[in-house]
Design a protein around this ligand. Structure first.
Ligand code: AMP
Ligand code: GLY
Length: 425
């Protein structure tokens, strides 16, 4: 039994504000720190201005502040081994260690597991040289997918419709657009609908942590440039019992078995990005964290105390815990700064936030925001997340849009069609 825990969340996005809000509701928490946090977390926690990749300074702060549990939001520190570092220094952390984080950190690591454990995924080839990649492409069918290995923050994936587009992609990757490229991945194009499938793991067992769909493209109708995510909804309209069983049996369980057979344990959220083709799941990618903005739609649905969930994971006790969820539909619209995902301006003031009238089923999670002198300013491309829960997605979307219109922030834009596949069909 834990009481009065001191918690530290690492990260500064909408996902971390949603985690912060959810654990602030726990009676077991006495204090929350966020490194570095945003203007939203500042209302619930103490923000600490440290860089999320400065592990040494973070450790010093955690020791000094007697933090009982650290929750790591984003992938970068995970892939860089923050969990190994903190655990080796006797700090309790929720998140996967460095080797299992390669599931997100290296596409070839994941593809090799898929091959060895027969996990359904797009057919692929891994190449180390520009010439051999291009020779392979000359005999390929289009469209084809070309990916840089390693973390490329959602970029580094090209869908090429012909040889010349493909050649351009290969050149950009090998010329270092996403960092030094040792390997390139060429993949069959899968034609289906994407779904985000989440599980939470304690190193021994796992539980499903709901499904969601996000909208990655910047423009309505899912067109234009890729972004971190313009909006999401949960649950996905694609999920059913048969599909869920297939995802567990064909994808999640063999992956966790592979990690175990490497002599490693997976503790943390695991996010499978799937393509569903005729009710059959194919793995597109793994992320070793919650999705953003999917997390902002899922956490408000959780009835179980999130601190109990994290503690159970850190103690290999998840099997005994019953995760309870609200039945509602949840939808999130991201309000972005004009120009995102390309050039945008920071430090634009956001008035009016305190004047919005929200019900218990409406949430605003901050992403790129900063507080200065009791005023709130933008501090990133994705600025605010408007989430509403309802018995219908349509109503949830209308309410989120109503609140964005009430805010009336002249420097921002958003997609009005989030959830169109399930609402407007
Ligand atoms: P990733 O970073 O691997 O998630 O890829 C980014 C986006 O590219 C995905 O969300 C998909 O929309 C698309 N994508 C990636 N791989 C494939 C594929 N094999 N077939 C079709 N679309 C893909
Ligand atoms: N919403 C996509 C991601 O978090 O990667």
């Amino acid at each position: 039994m834990y009481l009065y825990m001191i918690i530290c969340i690492i990260g500064s996005g909408g996902r971390e504000h949603a985690i912060c809000k959810t654990i602030s509701l726990s009676s077991k928490v006495s204090k929350i720190y966020c490194i570095p946090g945003n203007a939203g977390t500042k209302q619930l926690a103490e923000n600490i201005d440290l860089h999320i990749n400065d592990f040494g300074k973070i450790l010093k702060f955690l020791k000094k502040s007697k933090v009982d549990l650290v929750i790591v939001g984003p992938e970068k520190p995970l892939v860089n081994g923050i969990v190994d570092y903190l655990e080796d220094n006797n700090i309790k952390v929720f998140g996967p260690r460095k080797i299992p984080s390669q599931l997100e950190g290296s596409k070839t690591f994941t593809k090799n597991i898929c091959k060895e454990y027969n996990i359904p995924t797009a057919k692929f080839g891994i190449f180390k040289k520009k010439e051999e990649t291009i020779n392979f492409l000359k005999n390929s069918k289009f469209p084809i997918v070309i990916k840089a290995d390693g973390l490329a923050a959602g970029k580094g994936v090209y869908i090429s419709n012909n040889l010349s587009e493909a050649e351009e992609a290969v050149n950009e990757i090998f010329n270092g657009k996403f960092g030094i490229a040792y390997k390139i991945l060429v993949e069959e194009f899968l034609n289906g609908e994407e779904m985000s499938f989440f599980v939470i793991c304690d190193g021994k067992n796992f539980k499903i942590f709901k499904t969601a769909q996000d909208h990655k493209r910047v423009n309505e109708g899912d067109e234009g440039k890729n972004t971190g995510g313009m909006g999401a909804y949960s649950p996905s309209g694609l999920i059913n019992e048969v599909l869920e069983r297939k995802i567990i049996e064909k994808i999640i369980s063999p992956t966790l078995k592979a990690i175990e057979e490497m002599g490693e344990k997976y503790i943390g959220f695991l996010y499978a990005g799937l393509m569903i083709v005729d009710n059959e799941p194919f793995l597109i990618e793994y992320n070793v964290r919650m999705g953003d903005p999917e997390c902002q739609t899922i956490l408000p649905l959780l009835k179980t105390d999130l601190i109990d969930v994290f503690n159970a994971c850190c103690e290999e006790n998840l099997k005994k815990l019953n995760l309870e969820w609200r039945e509602d539909k949840s939808l999130c619209i991201v309000l972005c700064s004009n120009g995102y995902p390309e050039k945008f301006t920071n430090n634009l003031q956001i008035n009016n936030l305190n004047n919005l009238k929200l019900s218990n089923n409406d949430f605003i999670f901050h992403a790129g925001t900063k507080e200065r002198g009791n005023k709130i300013f933008s501090n990133g491309g994705r600025v605010l997340n408007f989430v509403s829960l309802s018995d219908s997605f349509k109503d949830a979307r209308e309410r989120a849009i109503k609140h964005i219109n009430q805010l009336n922030w002249g420097d921002g834009f958003f997609r009005k069609d989030i959830g169109f596949k399930i609402i407007d069909k």
